[in-house]
Every structure is written in C-alpha cells, then in structure tokens.
Design a protein around this ligand. Sequence first.
Ligand SMILES: [Mn+2]
Length: 318
Amino acid sequence: MNVLESLEPFFVAPENTNSQCSFGDFPTKITFQDSDAILYGIPLDITTTFGKGTSHGPEAIRITSAKQIESFLLDEKQEIFEKIKIYDLGDLTLVNSKANYNNEKLLENNLKSISKINKINSLIRQEKKVPIILGGEHTLSYFSIKSIANENPIIIHFDAHRDMKPIYERKKICHTTPFFHLIDEGHIKGDNIIQIGIRQSDKEENDIAINSGVYTFTGWDINKNLNAVTRKIRKLTNNRKIYITFDIDVYDICFVPCTGTPEPFGLNPFQITEILKSINKNTELIGIDMVEVAVKNSDYREGTLATQTLYRIFSSFY
Ligand SMILES: [Mn+2]
C-alpha cells in the first residue's frame, strides 16, 4: 500500500465536503507524489464556548481560495502556486463535528478521531512533505504539534489568547489548553514557543508562560515597535525547523467578523506580513495549522483573510 492509499480512508474527498472543491481548485490537479505540501481540513467545533462556527473553517478557506482566481502575490511578485504544490486530501471524518459542548461521549469520540493526526502527519513527514491543517477549533493543534515534536521545531503561535490553561470547564484537552499540555507533557519546551499578538490571558496562564520561558510579543509590543519584534524573531528562528499555528483571532476584532472570540488591540494584515517575512531564511517549514476560522450568514471576509494569510506563510518559505 502506498502512502496516499494509507491516508485516504481517514478522509472525505474535497469534492464531497461542503465546499465541493479542493483548495485553490486548480484546473490541473496536482498529484500526491508531485506535491510539496498536503492539506486537510478538520471541521471541529465542539469545545468552543463563545461563538460557534469553526466547523465551517475548511469550507471558508477552500471556497475563497477557489473563487479568488488570482494567485499572483503583488507584494512578493510571486505566482504562489508555482512555488508550492499543494495536494488536498479533503476533511478528516468526524463523528459529529458540531455537537453540544456537554456531550462528553461525543467529544471523547471526536478527540479519538483527531488523535489520528499523529499517524497522518507522520506519514506526510515520512514523504518529506509539509502538513497543512485547516481548522476547526484550536484543540487540534495539541495533536498536530505533538506529532512533529520529535523534529524539535520552534512553534510560532499567532493568537489573541495564550491557550495555556491547565483545564477549562472540567476539560483538559480543549481549545484553551493545548499549549499547557504540550509543555507539561514534555513534548515542547516553553522556550521553543513564540507567542505573537497575545492580549488576553488569565494570571495563571500568564505565569505558566513566563515561568516556562515562552517568548511573548503582545499586541501592544507589536504596535509600539514592530522592528524590535521582527529583529528578535529573525534571531530566534535562525537555522530552525518551524511549525506555524495560526489562530485567525490574532487579527484585530475588526478583521474577523465570524470567529468565536474576537478581541480588540489586535494586529492588521500588514503587521502579520512583516512578522512572517522576518522568519529567518535558513529555516525549514514542517507544518502549519490555520484555526478558528468561521463563516456566518455567507460572510466570507474571514475565509479570504485566512486564505491570503496562508499564501503569505507559503511565500515566506518557498
Ligand atoms: Mn484565540
């Protein structure tokens, strides 16, 4: 059995998902063999507590990437899909992706499905390809980062929130806790995590971040002195493997009309682009997740922002 045949049983093909198309919707389909990166969706929306809608994240990104037919990045003078070849596996099969928060059994079963990320990403990395996950809620990053932790990467975590609580509403593994457990279980050291755009945290998780050596650049740091931030990021990423976990709510509340917990004091697309460009050129990208993207009432602004952000992440490495 080849790698693609081992992966396919976990997925609903892109044309059978809500988007009915694959990422970019390229006229000539890229083969698994020829691809640099393997993209898949995880439409999970169970432990989100405030606003719902993340189960539509993969669909929002696929649809906008298909509708925006221009893939030439004017800022980089780069035809992005000539640089990176992406194969879309579709969406991971879940029991029921948007059940009631208090349905413990269903949550448990879905966490079991999501833990397949470990096997999936290992197979993708074995082929020297880069996994790209479209979320879904941030919970999935716990599994995804665990799966590549043996490669000793720097984790660049874009988010308004630290997501570093030990437990939240009696749930250990949920959307506000992944980074606590990654550190606590010894998968990633705190000083291998860079948190960017943070502006909401409780005192306990703030102490956890500081005591474990996590590098933090808050929304205020970035607004005050972006140059100082990008200089530091260039240094920290020197000669490292990089995993990017991108919560769309790192953007200011005015850019993200659909995500569950939008926050003020956030970043704008120009600041995000500058930060992405400051990642050292001698790095290797080993994984991306783009999480907490949602659609409400056919409002695809957030999907568009997520798509364009993904293109800038690609162009920082390819
Ligand atoms: Mn967040």
